[in-house]
Design a protein around this ligand. Structure first.
Ligand code: ATR
Length: 278
């Protein structure tokens, strides 16, 4: 049996073990995936254990996506730019870190909505860790322009500067969250990465409904609930909507592909996740 798993703290709520084990089974692979709740003082030992136990790799979740980077032999270029690793691959004793969150998000957005990134003008809400991964992946996948709006505008400015450096051909600027209405009026894509609207405060929205319009695709990274207040308001305006559950599935699919070298059974993975969330 080839062992994979998840390092985080806590991990009890994670759907990853269910999703990956079902995927391995569907492909007839003798792999298993287990969740490990790692004490903050033991992160380095846990990473070393991947090598010692001959595990094929692990996913890394909150709060260790940044700290594990110090203990790896190599970190992929995109993960370096994002500044976080969510997937470790054990290549015969050499531990390599990747970040599949951003690319997973882009695959979900484009496959589920059918939009062409090259023809979009986008607004991104938030400037935290999730925003960073999504911004770099969108720009690298061909999104030509991005407005980053955040409550703390300095963080939006920092992220915008970082993105301009990483993807020089892109047009990126920053705004305070409360000044985003004008930019939204002329945009075609809105991506929501803050925690506003997440369970249990499901009635909260980062934007007044009046700022939304039917020419938008509105994508919310939140998947609990699957339909946030923002998405409900967007639907009522005739906008196309996209929720965060696909990002979770595709970040896992990309990890699966690193570990097994096989295409992930995305439909099987989606089915177990949707069943679990219902
Ligand atoms: P994550 O890794 O999920 O992105 P994070 O790095 O803590 O988490 O980032 C949280 C994001 O949600 C930030 O953009 C934060 O805005 P600030 O930078 O101004 O803190 C945003 N956020 C969280 N709660 C918010 C709220 N009540 N109003 C506006 N923005 C909020």
């Amino acid at each position: 049996t080839i062992l994979t798993g998840l390092f985080g703290h806590p991990v009890g709520h994670s759907l990853s073990p269910l999703m990956h084990n079902r995927a391995f089974e569907a492909c007839g692979l003798n792999y298993r995936y287990a969740a490990f709740d790692i004490d903050p003082s033991r992160v380095q030992e846990a990473v070393q254990a991947v090598r010692a136990l001959g595990m094929r790799g692990v996913n890394v979740t909150i709060p260790y996506k940044v700290t594990v980077m110090d203990y790896l032999d190599e970190v992929d270029e995109e993960a370096k730019i994002i500044g976080a690793v969510n997937t470790i691959v054990n290549e015969g004793g050499k531990l390599v870190g990747y970040n599949t969150d951003g690319r997973g998000y882009v695959r979900s957005l484009t496959e589920e909505t059918g939009i062409d990134l090259a023809s979009q003008s986008a607004v991104l809400l938030g400037a935290g860790g999730a925003a960073r991964g999504v911004a770099i992946a969108l720009l690298k996948a061909g999104l030509p322009s991005l407005v980053i709006a955040n409550r703390t505008v300095e963080k939006a400015e920092q992220l915008a500067a970082h993105m301009k450096q990483a993807v020089p051909q892109a047009t990126v600027c920053a705004l305070p969250l409360n000044k985003v209405a004008e930019a939204l009026a002329t945009s075609t894509l809105l991506i929501q990465t803050t925690s506003i609207g997440m369970h249990p405060k499901t009635e909260a929205s980062p934007l007044p409904a009046e700022t939304l319009h039917g020419g938008l695709t509105v994508s919310d990274l939140i998947y609990n609930p699957m339909e946030t207040r923002l998405l409900r308001d967007a639907k009522a305006k005739g906008a196309r909507v996209h929720c965060g559950v696909g990002m979770f599935i595709y970040q896992g699919a990309l990890s699966f592909e690193y570990w097994t070298g096989r295409p992930a059974p995305v439909n099987v993975m989606r089915e177990v996740v949707m069943d679990a969330l219902r």
